[in-house]
Ligand binder design. Structure first.
Ligand code: FMN
Length: 332
């Protein structure tokens, strides 16, 4: 998810069982072949050979674009860098992206969608699985089945369906029953996506869509324990207790510890706020903490507030020890 799910988030969310694979933020393809550094920025896991999170979940690289030749060139570039799976984004509703003919705007013309998938598929041959992500349409659902078929005909090996049109944005409800209609028409696996926030939602989405697998978006951010809870329930039939705020805050604190050596402190704070923003809608304690910290911009202050919200003393979870600035002189 663009602006939210980076390599550190993928790492944190896949430490416990439950998530089988993850996807990068989209790499925006316009009309040129992008340099390796762009791919490595979106998918630092590529630097470790086969892109996987430390917990072992494969990372699929996502491209967003409409120009078949440019998509093909970038697919080859990604292949040369070691990617093991390519996903194509036909779901992004952002106005800027759609105005430049990317994301969900491709749902207005199944032939173009097919050409984009086919170009990527032809570029990488059978060496890489190419998958696609769609919504039910742009303004309405009239082309939902045609677009899904177009993805399969173009060579997609799997289709994730976000069960809303582009114009429906992220407004509930997600129309999971429409995913069933699509699934009946395709021979490739279809994955249900949209509005899965709880175990009950998971079950309803699976039942109404008939899909074996679901994709979690905001629900996994709102509750990092959701995928493990689903997996535990699948394996045992028993429900784990709800994830408490202290556990969610620990995840955020750990995220900050991972990112503070890579990103400027203010960017880390912005990212923490974005993640917390996804938590606060369904957790009153997260909402209170978000409200208390929303104007805080200094990372140390933010972390102190976050730790305090869990009832712990801040020294206990403070940042990892740092070398004193003049450590070289001190150690001689
Ligand atoms: C902030 C934000 C960024 C997103 N970025 C991406 C993206 O880069 N690629 C993608 O395929 N979907 C992206 N999505 C869509 C989600 O993957 C997902 O399809 C959508 O949120 C519906 O699922 P959910 O209700 O479980 O969140 C994004 C959604 C949000 C809210």
């Amino acid at each position: 998810m663009e602006g939210v799910i980076d390599a550190a988030t993928r790492d944190l969310l896949t430490r416990r069982a439950g998530i089988d694979w993850t996807v990068t933020e989209f790499v925006r393809v316009v009309d040129t072949r992008l340099p390796p550094r762009v791919f490595l920025r979106h998918c630092p896991e590529l630097a470790n050979g086969a892109p996987r999170t430390p917990g072992g979940a494969p990372v699929h690289l996502q491209l967003l674009g409409s120009d078949p030749a440019a998509l093909a060139a970038n697919a080859r570039q990604a292949l040369s860098l070691g990617t093991t799976s390519l996903d194509l984004n036909f779901g992004c509703p952002a106005k800027l992206v759609n105005r430049h003919d990317g994301g969900a705007s491709m749902l207005r013309d199944p032939r173009r969608l097919r050409a984009a998938v086919a170009a990527v598929h032809d570029a990488v041959g059978d060496t890489l699985p190419v998958t696609a992500k769609v919504r039910l349409g742009f303004a309405d659902r009239r082309l939902a089945l045609d677009c899904a078929r177009a993805a399969e005909d173009g060579g997609a090996r799997q289709l994730v369906v976000h069960a809303r049109t582009r114009n429906e944005g992220y407004r509930p409800p997600a129309h999971w029953e429409w995913i069933a209609r699509i699934r009946h028409r395709l021979s490739i696996p279809v994955v249900a996506n949209g509005d899965i926030w709880t175990l009950e939602d998971y079950w309803k989405a699976r039942t109404l869509s008939g899909c074996h697998d679901v994709m979690l978006g905001r629900g996994a951010l709102a509750d990092p324990g959701l995928a493990p809870r689903i997996r535990h329930w699948q394996g045992t039939g028993k429900q784990l207790p709800a994830t408490c705020w202290a556990a969610k805050a620990e995840t955020l604190i750990e995220y900050a510890a991972m990112q503070r050596n890579i990103l400027p402190p203010k960017v880390v704070v912005a990212r923490l706020k974005q993640w917390m923003n996804h938590m606060r809608g369904r957790d009153p304690e997260a909402a209170r903490c978000f409200q208390a910290l929303r104007r805080v911009t200094e990372l140390e202050d933010f972390l102190t507030g976050l730790v305090a919200s869990t009832g712990k003393r801040s020294e206990a979870v403070a940042s990892p020890p740092r070398m004193p600035r003049n450590s070289r002189e001190n150690t001689g």
